[in-house]
Unconditional design. Structure first.
Length: 282
């Protein structure tokens, strides 16, 4: 484990510091346990710099042992194109819920300047640019970016490439970010069914709760010792999932991953763990 902070000062864990004032780093989660994840976000100071800017982010970890990792960032800051706001940020979005954001693109220069193409690699995002006004060498567009309800859970960071008819500076990018959060919570996430003798059987329950009614499509496990009744197609905000464990003949700890598939966001998966202890003789 370790901790992180977006600061040039030492801290009790990994710190992220830039090599110049053009970039400000931010660590989303500064303390991590084993297998947990965090993101380092680099923000350009576009109000104070112009042209090509490059920076090195040094990430410092304090434990379980001291380490440093360097990340390279770079970009071109131009003054003829201004975005208001400077990026498309959806914030937290519930899984299975579409979202839309708009920003304005202001251009000053050529009277015939036009946006000719929008390119996105992520199929869960749509974008459209509509011209709002034109005159006196200034052009204004409205950019609408839509996040589809199929976007998976997690942190989303994409760049929208915008192509124009300006031969000198034909392209620029717009950053898009979102954090898609699951609507479902499972309790407990780790289920202990008990200590059993070989051949014994026990049934426990886990609770699956959502922000709105949903259906459970299937419940499966990677261990044959765990079984489940056929799920009901009834839409409810709370489902009780019965977990039946049948002890085998081999003594020791038995664990299994439980995969619950629902109709949230078209089709989403929620996982839980279950385990039991099988004693010696029957």
């Amino acid at each position: 484990c370790g901790s992180a902070a977006a600061s040039s000062a030492r801290c009790d864990g990994p710190a992220s510091r830039p090599s110049c004032g053009c970039t400000v780093p931010e660590v989303t989660v500064d303390t991590l346990k084993t297998y947990e994840h965090s993101e380092i976000i680099a923000k350009f100071n576009t109000s104070a710099f112009l042209g090509q800017k490059n920076a090195t982010l040094t990430v410092v970890f304090d434990r379980p042992y001291y380490a440093e990792v360097q990340l390279q960032v770079g970009g071109y800051i131009r003054s003829d194109v201004v975005l208001n706001p400077g990026s498309v940020s959806f914030g937290n979005v519930d899984q299975g819920t579409p979202a839309t954001k708009t920003i304005e693109i202001h251009y000053a220069g050529r009277p015939d300047w036009q946006i000719t193409e929008l390119r996105l690699a992520n199929q869960n995002i749509d974008a459209e640019a509509i011209e709002l006004s034109r005159g006196a060498g200034q052009v204004k567009y409205q950019l609408t970016v839509s996040l589809r309800d199929t976007a998976p859970v997690g942190f989303l960071k994409e760049s929208l490439s915008i192509t124009t008819n300006d031969a000198r500076n034909p392209q620029f990018t717009v950053d898009i970010d979102a954090r898609v959060v699951t609507e479902l919570s499972v309790s407990p996430t780790s289920l202990f069914v008990g200590v059993l003798r070989p051949g014994e059987r026990v049934t426990k329950q886990i609770v699956l709760k959502g922000k709105r009614p949903f259906s459970v499509l299937s419940v499966e496990s990677d261990s044959e010792n765990f079984s489940f009744p056929a799920p009901s197609s009834l839409k409810k905000a709370l489902h009780l999932i019965s977990v039946t464990f049948t002890a085998g003949e081999t003594a020791g700890k038995v664990s299994g991953k439980i995969t619950i598939k629902t109709d949230v966001g078209g089709e989403s998966v929620t996982d839980a763990e279950a385990f039991a202890q099988v004693s010696g003789a029957a």
